[in-house]
Design a protein around this ligand. Structure first.
Ligand SMILES: *Cc1c(COP(=O)(O)O)cnc(C)c1O
Length: 453
């Protein structure tokens, strides 16, 4: 299987190369050249597999350049770090309301699903090629810690994570800066997540720098992340009651559009997922897009759901590619206009099976309280955005993207209960090792020149 760039100006690559490259040289994002279709018989067979076996079955359709036994072992190892036997448990709240818990990995947020696997894929690549890899990413919170825990202590790798200083939760910062691992660099940038991402894009655009350090991206544009995330939708669909699963709306707390895009791609592969709701916080670029067809950036306002504090949703480009009939020239035109003017207005925007909702900070604590009253369930502030305006005419499954224990202040203010988790308690005693840098490509470049492996 080959992978092509959404912008159509980069050569197609095999799985391992596309994963190692991250952002395509033409500025586009990689997608499978064609999507496999899963037949009803195959889906039936999948129902009896363990999470890791299911993941192997799915990923092996794409990672055709990795020997099956190697891939099976890498996948199996990736999910041993999860603390729940089901890996991604489906919790029934009532006849019409389900939660898919995606926070039982090492950093207690859904990004572990992809980044534990990506870390092992990188580790394998270092071994196979006999070359080191330097991973560079920007995070608004959970990506950084999940990426760090995917690569922690892996020989031949170093990881550099940029995050907006003071804008991640203290616990998220501790997960990044208290690992004690020598190959981990937590870089606190003076600016927003979008500033950090802009600096990062500039560094990745510099081919010489990129090649010299064998740089790889780990933010949510990486192809392997999207594919790994398809698996829990499939897992959950297989576990929902048969009379419900083809009718249910998938509600996804969204920032960079990576999580929900994975579900949508799985739908395009023949798994009958009905529809998706893109649940944003007050940083609502996607809500505006899906309600008006206007894709327009605005300033980021820090919120109680910080991992969704984004006004440019990188993975939207992948949806766009399909939405404009796989026309790369059109994708380039939209993305260039958006880059130049900060906006693109679609004439007849095809929403496909997406709807959207928007939840402000003023609403989040009230929703957490209501969900606790109605179901005795504690939703973290991101997941709470998904509980806003549940569909009346059909059942819903809300993707719970983080453990409430990561956001104790908001939970306490909402319901007066402090959620805890043993792995977070242990972090509080460890020293913080972060490096402060301005949000400028030159400063980050100099740091990497010094510390890359
Ligand atoms: C990253 C993150 C999101 C947003 O996911 P996207 O793939 O960027 O849409 C939502 N909730 C939590 C807890 C996250 O860490």
């Amino acid at each position: 299987m080959k992978f092509i760039s959404t912008r159509g100006l980069s050569p197609a690559l095999g799985f391992s190369d596309a994963v190692a490259t991250g952002l395509a040289p033409d500025g586009g994002l990689y997608l499978p050249e064609s999507l496999p279709r899963f037949s009803a018989d195959e889906l039936k067979r999948f129902a009896t597999l363990s999470y890791a076996e299911l993941c192997f079955e799915f990923i092996s359709r794409f990672a055709t350049d990795i020997p099956a036994d190697t891939l099976r072992a890498l996948v199996a190892k990736s999910y041993t770090t999860f603390t729940h036997g089901d890996i991604a448990p489906v919790v029934k709240l009532d006849e019409k309301t389900y939660v898919l818990e995606l926070f039982h990995g090492p950093t207690l947020a859904f990004k572990d699903f992809a980044l534990q696997l990506l870390g092992n894929l990188y580790g394998n690549q270092c071994k196979v090629r006999g070359q080191s890899i330097n991973v560079l990413g920007a995070t608004s919170g959970d990506t950084g810690s999940a990426a760090i825990h995917g690569l922690l202590g892996k020989p031949g790798t170093a990881i550099f994570i940029l995050y907006p200083d003071g804008r991640t939760s203290p616990l998220q910062e501790r997960q990044m800066a208290c690992t004690g691992a020598a190959n981990v660099h937590a870089l606190a940038i003076s600016g927003t997540f979008d500033d950090a991402q802009a600096a990062l894009k500039e560094l990745f655009a510099d081919q010489e720098f990129r090649t010299r350090h064998r740089l790889s991206a780990v933010n949510s544009i990486n192809l392997a992340r999207i594919l790994a995330q398809c698996v829990y939708y499939l897992w959950a669909w297989l576990r929902l009651p048969e009379n419900t699963r083809n009718e249910i709306e998938w509600v996804v707390p969204t920032g960079n559009f990576g999580n929900v895009l994975a579900g949508w791609l799985l739908q395009k592969m023949g798994v009958p997922l009905h529809s998706f709701r893109v649940a944003t916080n007050q940083n609502d670029i996607l809500h505006r897009l899906f309600t008006t067809g206007d894709y327009r950036t605005s300033t980021v306002t820090p919120s109680l759901a910080p991992s969704m504090d984004i006004q440019v949703s990188s993975n939207f480009e992948r949806f766009l590619y399909y939405s404009v009939g796989r026309d790369s020239a059109k994708v380039r035109e939209v993305m260039e206009t958006f880059k130049k003017t900060g906006a693109y207005t679609f004439e007849n925007f095809d929403r496909d099976t997406f709807t959207a909702s928007r939840t402000t900070d003023a609403e989040i604590p009230g929703i957490i309280r209501q969900v606790y009253q109605d179901y005795g369930y504690i939703a973290d502030p991101h997941t709470a955005c998904g509980f806003k305006s549940l569909a009346k005419d059909r059942p819903s499954i809300i993707l719970a993207t983080a453990s409430p224990a990561k956001f104790p202040d908001t939970i306490v203010s909402a319901i007066g209960i402090e959620p805890t988790h043993p792995s977070l308690e242990a972090l509080k005693a460890r020293p913080l090792a972060k490096h402060k840098l301005p949000a400028e490509a030159s400063a980050i470049r100099a740091y990497l020149d010094q510390h890359a492996v």
